[in-house]
Design a protein around this ligand. Structure first.
Ligand SMILES: Nc1ncnc2c1ncn2[C@@H]1O[C@H](COP(=O)(O)OP(=O)(O)OP(=O)(O)O)[C@@H](O)[C@H]1O
Ligand SMILES: N[C@@H](CCO)C(=O)O
Length: 321
């Protein structure tokens, strides 16, 4: 479920009155997503998504996200475009929460991405990286290598209740990553959560990217590593090198990888796996009894991490140099 905040008709009508979007015809909550409250709106002009930002989003970050979407949309990337209010603001307030109206993107996400989807994803991610190059905003990645240990410490001794020995395994991996994390890779705006449920397709064509609420400035190749993890493992846990090759080739056809980025892929994949292992672990241990949200499985990411620990060099991801 992802409607945490109820909105009355009066509140909505008065909010919509601030925008030049036509007459409201219908309005309904969207069940998907876990972070924010999302509503689908139809007016006599078009369809829109109304997002009410909930507690996990830092309101100070919202201008970075909304201005980024506007910047990317102006460059031609297919992503939700924030609709300014009549007085030119991208961010408003509704039912006591920060709220924004963005354009509706057609398409559906694919539950079982195929090789051609991975190739399209690679190209779109590279376009996003190039389009973000001249974005003036800056947001540090709160979940970069320096953020992982504090998160792990918050999980504390309960970590082993999820899997025996997990605490020691994470601790060893953190030691390795902190000592070896590459510092000088090309940086820019990354999406940082480009999972299949944030990428829409219409037929076989990629129609848009959504959910930029982890976007930040970090190593571009780290975004690729996040995607190798999220798109190129099968449901049985095996790594699909054909999908990885397609993703990397698609990416490189738009933005060729520098040698140091290519060589760093194994450690970046380990870091990306640990990042999602840790946030999922934290959420797993924090879900209140009886909550309607089903937490995502942290151990899926432990298996991915173990795979990357066996990788000798970047050729294992299928792209020859
Ligand atoms: N611009 C858009 N166009 C069409 N549908 C959208 C758009 N934005 C969001 N949605 C729909 O709303 C759902 C939830 O959106 P989103 O993933 O941004 O929410 P979230 O609460 O931030 O979720 P997450 O748990 O993925 O972080 C999406 O799966 C999609 O169905
Ligand atoms: N994509 C994240 C959750 C939402 O940010 C995960 O699968 O753990």
């Amino acid at each position: 479920m992802a409607v945490y905040t109820e909105v009355t008709d009066e509140e909505l009508n008065s909010f919509i009155g601030n925008y030049d979007v036509g007459r409201l015809l219908s309005f309904k909550g969207i069940a998907e997503g876990v972070e924010n409250s999302n509503f689908l709106l139809h007016t006599d002009k078009a369809s829109y998504i109304l997002t009410l930002y909930e507690k996990r989003v830092n309101p100070d970050d919202l201008p970075y996200f909304l201005n980024l979407l506007q910047h990317l949309a102006r460059k031609g990337l297919s992503c939700p475009t924030p609709v300014p209010s009549r007085d030119g603001k991208l961010l408003g307030t509704l039912a006591g929460r920060p709220a924004a109206l963005v354009t509706f993107l057609e398409g559906m996400w694919v539950k079982r991405p195929r090789v051609d989807h991975c190739s399209e994803l690679g190209k779109a991610m590279a376009e996003l990286h190039l389009d973000g190059m001249d974005y003036e905003g800056y947001r540090k990645n709160a979940l970069d290598v320096t953020g992982w240990r504090p998160l792990f410490e918050q999980c504390g001794a309960r970590t082993d209740s999820v899997h025996a020995g997990l605490g020691a395994e994470i601790s060893r991996e953190l030691d390795y990553l902190e000592a070896n994390w590459p510092a000088d890779l090309p940086k820019g705006v990354i999406h940082a959560d480009l999972f299949p449920d944030n990428v829409f397709f219409l037929g076989d064509e990629l129609s848009g990217l959504i959910d930029f609420y982890f976007a930040c400035n970090d190593a571009l190749a780290y975004d690729i590593a996040i995607c190798l993890n999220a798109w190129c493992f099968e449901h049985d846990g095996s790594f699909n090198v054909t999908k990885a090759r397609a993703l990397l080739k698609g990416y490189a056809s738009v933005r060729p990888l520098e040698t140091d980025e290519y060589e760093a892929l194994p450690i970046l994949c380990r870091g990306a796996a640990l990042r999602f292992l840790l946030t999922r672990l934290y959420d797993w241990l924090s879900v209140p009894q009886g909550a309607l949200v089903t937490p995502k499985d942290p151990l899926e990411y432990l298996k991915k991490l173990r795979f990357h620990q066996t990788v000798g060099n970047a050729q294992a991801y299928g792209l020859e140099r």
